[in-house]
Write a protein that binds this ligand. Sequence first.
Ligand code: NAD
Length: 243
Amino acid sequence: MQRLKNKIAVVTGGSSGIGLAIAERFSSEGARIISLDLNEAADKPHIHFIKTDVSSSENVNRSFAQIAAEYDKVDVLINNAGISWSIPMIDITDEQWAQMLAIHLNGSFYCARAASRLMIDTQTPGAIINMSSVSGIVGSDGRAAYGAAKGGIITLTRVMAVELAQHRITVNSIAPGPILTPLIKNLWEDVKEYPRDVPLKRFGMPEEIAHAALFLSSDEARFITGIVLPVDGGFSITGKVNR
Ligand code: NAD
């Protein structure tokens, strides 16, 4: 199927893990993909890479100016770039706190602002998907900065959904549970341990987040806005999120 035929999709963090899976899936559904990332994925000529640090509004605005000049419009923005670590709240430094919020929360805001301005200017009924996390829904050890950023992304999603509805722009959020990507392999040395707390008893795969992102970006979801969709094997409903 070509569910995103003729669509222009910007994916932040599109060079690895979940972002790369979304870029590949969207490309197979007919979209043209622009990845805003610090690093370029190897051997992906169908993904237009624009080196961007999403935590810099200047850098983000420059990249979107380039996109506007080259593509005329943006139909879909996937705000996905991110980092992750677990540090007890009392040990987090100012720099660590600022960096976590800058990449996730500021970055999502800067990209959404630039993309929605372009969607409004070009009268494009767009879709914005913000990557939150189960850590933005529940309290889990070591996740003060990450969880605060991801919780902020859920609230940002709801506010943008209300404000941008008049422009026919939908804004939704996905909250992945543990997904097998380079990010989670760095976080848990023993990745076999972790899925015990997941009712479905396994990690999710990046492609499973791509399925959800595809649905929320497609014309089938035009009446859905402001939601947070957990894709987590039931993790967020167990109350056992303790790592
Ligand atoms: P990943 O490390 O595989 O990919 C993250 C990508 O973001 C990388 O390509 C990296 O270069 C890019 N990036 C990092 N900082 C950036 C910056 N300042 N500017 C531009 N790009 C930057 O990670 P992933 O597991 O695919 O995670 C993707 C998103 O999903 C993140 O927002 C993460 O918080 C979220 N998430 C992941 C999981 C999981 O279990 N993997 C669970 C919940 C939420």
